[in-house]
Design a protein around this ligand. Sequence first.
Ligand code: C2E
Ligand code: MG
Ligand code: MG
Ligand code: MG
Length: 281
Amino acid sequence: SAKSAGRKQFLFYSADIESKLQLHRMLEANLVDALANKAFEVFYQPKINVLDGKIVGTEALVRWRQPDGSLTNPASFIPLAEETGLIIPLGKLVLAQAFKQASVWQQQGFDLRVAVNISVVQFEDDNFLAMLDEIVRETGVTASLIEMEITESLLVKDVERVNSIFAALNTRGFRIALDDFGTGYSNLSYIKNFPFDVLKIDQSFVRNMLGSQVDQNIIQAIIQLAQGMNLRLIAEGVETIEHVQALQAMGCEVMQGFYYSPPLPLADFNRLLTRRISLPE
Ligand code: C2E
Ligand code: MG
Ligand code: MG
Ligand code: MG
């Protein structure tokens, strides 16, 4: 075509870039279709208090159901959804389902915090708070049951703006968790200045802790930091009983990971909640 002929005049043209662009456009079109066709599902992974084995919370994690029934994990579509802005409607869908579910569990008598991941792009959307208010109105959820998981990358943005949104979230009763803690910009003054409720120890430290004294020391330092600042603490990526024991010995009581359960479809998570499936001891 004339267009591709034009492109060929560029010195930098390469078939490789062209095919990447095509793949990118195809995936974007697929994302748009998937939103229209309700192909996104929310899975739930339990958070366990290891002292009594109770499920104290759950993290909502989005999955993309393909026409053949298989599932695509967020790592392969969230970055593009962020780049294209599609994360806004996609994120809204996840929030709406998670809020609705939190409200249902509350009515059923479960004491469960529900965590939702919020990407920087969602957080920076001017309509973010209004959208949350709308979903709260529609679902009747108690805001204090909802935990927004954000990452350190947000904190290097416009600090005043971020702070005013945190304040607005706090006023509404939402909780804020710092996800993947220790992997980002790690300026500890952030922790002092922003109103977090929860620190999540990143799974990379947990993965390496048994073979690495350094990773173990980092975890110990994070635990002390959380205790000193009166923050709740959770470890993610807990895969083995050895992880559980080591973390517990260091003073961490709430855990999330494959050792207990992978993220589950809602129906399966509900069976876990009502103990028609049991967790490891
Ligand atoms: P994250 O928030 O740090 O979520 C934890 C990830 O670790 C999840 O991957 C979860 O399935 C996985 N995981 C849980 N336990 C274990 C374990 O024991 N071992 C290992 N190796 N992995 C474990 P997932 O679901 O693929 O999500 C990846 C990331 O995508 C999330 O990281 C989050 O940043 C993002 N994400 C997921 N759902 C949403 C969403 O609805 N909205 C936004 N904005 N981001 C999302
Ligand atoms: Mg998370
Ligand atoms: Mg994480
Ligand atoms: Mg992450």
